[in-house]
Write a protein that binds this ligand. Structure first.
Ligand code: ADP
Ligand code: MG
Length: 356
């Protein structure tokens, strides 16, 4: 190990190096390096089967990696099992003890630590309040709780271990939309108030965007982008990442290397349109990705604007905005405009759309 390398590990919080995981000779995880900072809300996002849970299990010590190393605060913890890692706990929503009261559930880790009864109860009530559950819940049974309340009790119990890192594997996925939205905000708030490191797994990039300081996007056992939420949205590493968040316009293009122009590849013959490449585009071909809210019906006066002609086929009212769906030589185009900019179109007429 080089001196620089050693220093980095000593100064880092949670570092993964050259991690792989193989199940029956099938490689399901392959990771060069991952560094998570102390106190960070770090999310791991990807479709089902992309290796998120495998990565989390390795981080938390539930699984051993097939190769590679994990360092926590400078110590190699690769082979230390989960229960012997005082700094990390896996949060499992369904692992509450159903025959115990909520108080007994939350106090369980405190009992293991041999904390006396009075202080156990004091801490349990504190944790209930931290999760916005009143003291009455202390005597209640798990079976008397709703899904959302159980989820909060499970988090309170994990916090009773006083871990440095909380691992959460899709904790909200079984809950209905409204409750999920409430708990997303509460989790973010809890993270702020506790100052602990949260490592959160979800298949919903939208959910991760709300809570995370940084997001890692996974596909087929590999991490393909790690960035702040806004950079994931505005500077996606590739088409896959761009496509992950809601509707977006993805146009296959060729670079004409003339006047900085791009040619959109469609099924029909290409018309010469004004589509400009972003500055310093060096590629020959690729994809032009335009977010729906970036397309306008009016030309911008001062800036260089790209434009194409499309035919609008449908519009949807989405409350604060209106969504228009159009066709460009067989490619679907989605446009979102604020409600005030309602655009009147004729069904069989080509109209020009613009983007900067
Ligand atoms: P995710 O959490 O992103 O849905 P997982 O990490 O659970 O994905 O799984 C990644 C891949 O590893 C999948 O192809 C899955 O079938 C495989 N896998 C996970 N656990 C095991 C296991 N215990 N034995 C064999 N294959 C597994
Ligand atoms: Mg999973």
């Amino acid at each position: 190990m080089s001196v620089d390398n050693k220093k980095e590990i000593e100064q880092g919080f949670l570092i993964l190096r050259s991690i792989t995981k193989t199940y029956k000779e099938k490689l399901v995880l392959s990771l060069q390096e991952l560094k998570i900072g102390e106190g960070e809300f770090f999310s791991i996002v990807g479709p089902s089967g992309s290796g998120k849970s495998t990565l989390l299990s390795i981080l938390s010590g539930v699984e051993e990696p097939s190769s590679g190393q994990i360092f926590l605060k400078g110590s190699d913890i690769t082979l230390i099992p989960a229960e012997q890692r005082p700094t990390a706990m896996v949060f499992q929503s369904l692992s509450l003890f159903p025959h115990m009261t909520i108080g007994q559930n939350i106090e369980y880790p405190l009992k293991i630590k041999k904390i006396d009864k009075i202080n156990r109860k004091k801490r349990a009530i504190e944790l209930l309040n931290l999760l916005r559950l009143n003291s009455d819940f202390y005597e209640k049974r798990i079976t008397e709780c709703s899904g959302g309340e159980r989820q909060r009790v499970a988090i309170a119990r994990v916090l009773a271990y006083d871990p440095e890192v909380l691992f959460l594997d899709e904790p909200l996925s079984a809950l209905d939309y409204r409750l999920r939205k409430t708990l997303e905000v509460e989790l973010k708030d809890l993270h702020k108030r506790t100052g602990k490191t949260f490592i959160y797994v979800t298949h919903s990039l939208e959910e991760a965007m709300i809570m995370s300081d940084r997001i890692a996007i996974m596909r087929d056992g590999e991490v393909i982008q790690i960035d702040k939420p806004e950079d994931i949205y505005l500077k996606p590493a590739d088409k896959f990442v761009a496509n992950f968040l809601g509707e977006t316009n993805i146009l296959p293009i060729k670079n004409s290397f003339q006047e900085n122009k791009l040619e959109i590849i469609t099924n029909s013959k290409n018309i010469n349109e004004n589509v400009f490449a972003p500055p310093n585009t060096k590629i020959n071909d690729g994809y032009l990705i335009i977010r729906p809210e970036c397309i306008e019906f009016k030309e911008s006066e001062n800036e260089k604007t790209s434009s194409i002609e499309i035919r609008i086929t449908n519009d949807y009212f989405l409350g604060s905005k209106i969504c228009y769906v159009g066709d460009y030589n067989g490619i679907q185009i989605t446009i979102e405009r604020p409600r005030e900019e309602k655009f009147i179109y004729k069904d069989d007429q080509d109209i020009k759309i613009y983007w900067k």
